[in-house]
Design a protein around this ligand. Sequence first.
Ligand SMILES: NC(=O)c1ccc[n+]([C@@H]2O[C@H](COP(=O)([O-])OP(=O)(O)OC[C@H]3O[C@@H](n4cnc5c(N)ncnc54)[C@H](OP(=O)(O)O)[C@@H]3O)[C@@H](O)[C@H]2O)c1
Length: 221
Amino acid sequence: MNTPTPELRTVGILGAGRVGTAIARQALKAGYAVKIATAKPVDEISLLVQIITPGALAAEAAEAASADLVVVAVPLHKYRTLDAGLLAGKTVIDVMNYWAPIDGEVDDFENDHRTSSEIIQDFLAGAKVVKTLNHIGYHELEEDGTEPGTPGRRALALAGDRDEAKALVAGFLDRLGYDPVDAGPLTAGRAFQPGTEIFNGSHTAEQLQTLFSVAAEPANA
Ligand SMILES: NC(=O)c1ccc[n+]([C@@H]2O[C@H](COP(=O)([O-])OP(=O)(O)OC[C@H]3O[C@@H](n4cnc5c(N)ncnc54)[C@H](OP(=O)(O)O)[C@@H]3O)[C@@H](O)[C@H]2O)c1
């Protein structure tokens, strides 16, 4: 986990909660420049950012969204408070999960057969959304990462409709300490949403590949 690839130097994070700050610290450790924003003005979060994510820059959402890669880590039920215009053209990691006991029942997700990330992709129409980092606990993220090639290295799944965005995100996950495993298009993210075996466990790349093959089998096969 040392020098980042040239095409990915800055990481913007929207959300300075449990997940946003854990990703920020891990990204800083990996050598990225990190800008972190919430819905609050920057002066209201600068002290918190200084203490909780030393080395990261507290920013307004527009500045965080201008990074090479943007991570959206806000509670899912607040997704409509995001400014889709700021994220147009950007590669965006969606770490959010729909979990009714926490989010409350949200019509947008209850009454739609699509995965939450497909709904987010619709809302962030100009962005290239990649679903990942949603199935690792914020506390584990900083503990489980290891160097590439480490036996039993933990893997993380990613799903998205744009190959170039997935390639960028795969490189990021590797730098954070995890083997990236491409599950396929955004709709394939269903296999690692809350309630699934992948969501609830920790897996190597080989184990994830096996679970994805099983998930892809027709139900009546
Ligand atoms: N907890 C986990 O281990 C875990 C793991 C993977 C994924 N997730 C998912 O990650 C998401 C975030 O979870 P969390 O536990 O980190 O939530 P959290 O601790 O409640 O933090 C949410 C953060 O989002 C900010 N925020 C709200 N609206 C915003 C906006 N429009 N722009 C920028 N920032 C905004 C909040 O700040 P202000 O309200 O002050 O602006 C706060 O800093 C959830 O969907 C969760 O399901 C959680």
